[in-house]
Design a protein around this ligand. Structure first.
Ligand code: ATP
Ligand code: MG
Length: 422
């Protein structure tokens, strides 16, 4: 058997791969136009970063990390998410000390999680993300949500729903946490879930199993335990969203399990995806910088799943023509050795003039080469035979109409550029 890509991974192949590129471009466009700068961090980090920055009680750290020892004996982990790395980089380079807060950054890249592989859930997947560090301002939470909303809209997606919630802060969350633990301890739950009540009770609310959800019906909700400051903050975020015309649903059960996640939390879901319905999510993480040894740096951000967004677009039948830009416009058909040399240079010239061009390789005859021209999707074929060379021309064939004209070699680039730039 030939080698296969590892379980839970897949290859993006053309032309579908153009969709992934288009999604990355569209989802990050609004952030790029809102003052977010591009950051690229390593695909692997010291394991300790994720253990501290994602949290030991999370599924990611407890079950999903690709961790290994490198040849120098260090524990290394392939990144499972982007936020911890971004905060690490900001602290390492002191970006928060440059006088301008918030520090706004966006990223795009591979993430790795050892998951149960299924449609929409992979072991290698792609996320784009945006983070704003160092400001506690409801307008910043609303801005980030809006940037994601605009990204989905730019792709033409209409089925993305926004769920929002707040998780409280250091003042009110501990009170809520204790109330939730009291309630959960009184339920009939399996052992693993009972253990979770003690470490990470909010995460129990997020349990996907229907039988667990049924028992959680009467669970206390964060909204009923918010302090005045958190209540006012959340009201302001919601009112800014409404003012900007963003539709959302309050979801009092939407949680992120860790103590450094505070206040605003949100998720984007799409109903065309089956059980893997989350296309993106994010929230405020006011305590993360301190968890990583930095100063208080209240921050908010999101990560959007590129793979699932492509699936959502396919579910909505939004194929569009993402490959239009990359598609070849002119296809060279050289017939003979001398023609190949000339065509190679002509195609180079066309490309340098900004026209996407390709040519037939491998010394094919006219039939095989013309088949290549048709397959390429090009609008024009440039056919060059021995007699053409002797006459200093090439045959320019309009592949849609079939019209063919002899054009002096020196004029071909200008002529095709004129026709195709229209
Ligand atoms: P889920 O509840 O589906 O496991 P999550 O809470 O683990 O999602 P986040 O860590 O918030 O997801 O990541 C943000 C987005 O990245 C998700 O909304 C999803 O679109 C995407 N994503 C997360 N895990 C995967 C995966 N294994 N394969 C493909 N996309 C993923
Ligand atoms: Mg997950």
């Amino acid at each position: 058997m030939t080698l296969q890509a590892p379980k839970g991974t897949f290859d993006w192949l053309p032309p579908r791969s153009e969709r992934a590129l288009a999604v990355r471009e569209a989802l990050t466009g609004p952030a790029r136009r809102a003052g977010y700068g591009y950051i690229e961090t390593p695909v692997f980090e010291d394991t300790a970063l994720f253990v501290r920055g994602v949290g030991e009680s999370t599924d990611i750290v407890s079950k999903e990390m690709y961790t290994f020892e490198d040849k120098g004996g260090r524990s290394i982990t392939l990144r499972p998410e982007g936020t911890a790395s971004v905060v690490r980089a900001v602290l390492q380079h002191g970006l928060h000390n440059n006088g301008q807060l918030p520090v706004k950054l966006w990223y795009s890249g591979s993430q790795f999680r050892y998951e149960r592989a299924q449609k929409g859930r992979y072991r290698h997947f792609w996320q784009v993300g945006a983070e704003a560090l160092g400001s506690e301002d409801p307008a910043l939470d609303a801005e980030l949500i809006l940037l994601a909303v605009d990204g989905y809209a730019a792709l033409g997606l209409t089925g993305v729903r926004l769920l929002v919630n707040t998780l409280g802060d250091k003042v009110c969350r501990p009170v809520y946490r204790a109330a939730l633990q009291d309630f959960l301890r009184g339920l009939d739950l399996d052992e693993a879930t009972r253990a979770r009540i003690e470490i990470n009770p909010l995460r129990v609310l997020d349990d996907k199993r229907p039988e667990v959800q049924a028992r959680l019906a009467g669970a206390p909700l964060v909204v009923d335990h918010l302090c005045e400051a958190c209540k006012a903050y959340h009201e302001e975020v919601r009112s800014l969203l409404t003012a900007a015309g963003v539709a959302y649903t309050d979801d009092p059960r939407l949680v992120r399990g860790l103590d450094y996640y505070t206040r605003t939390t949100f998720e984007f879901v799409h109903d065309g995806l089956g059980s893997q319905s989350a296309v993106g999510g994010g929230g405020r993480y006011d305590g993360l910088s301190e968890m990583l040894g930095g100063p208080p740096l209240p921050s908010v951000g999101w990560a959007l799943g590129v793979d699932r967004t492509v699936l959502a677009m396919e579910a909505e039948g939004l194929f569009g023509d993402e490959s239009a830009e990359a598609r070849v416009r002119v296809y060279g058909v050289p017939l003979g050795e001398e023609a190949r040399r000339r065509m190679f240079l002509l195609v180079t010239e066309l490309r340098r003039a900004g026209l996407a061009a390709d040519m037939s390789f491998g010394g094919k005859g006219v039939k095989g080469a013309m088949k290549g021209a048709d397959r390429s999707g090009a609008g024009y074929a440039v056919i060059l035979g021995e007699r053409d060379i002797a006459e200093g021309v090439a045959q320019v064939k309009d592949l849609a109409s079939g019209d063919q004209t002899a054009v002096p070699l020196a004029e071909i680039v200008t002529m095709l550029k004129e026709r195709l730039d229209k």
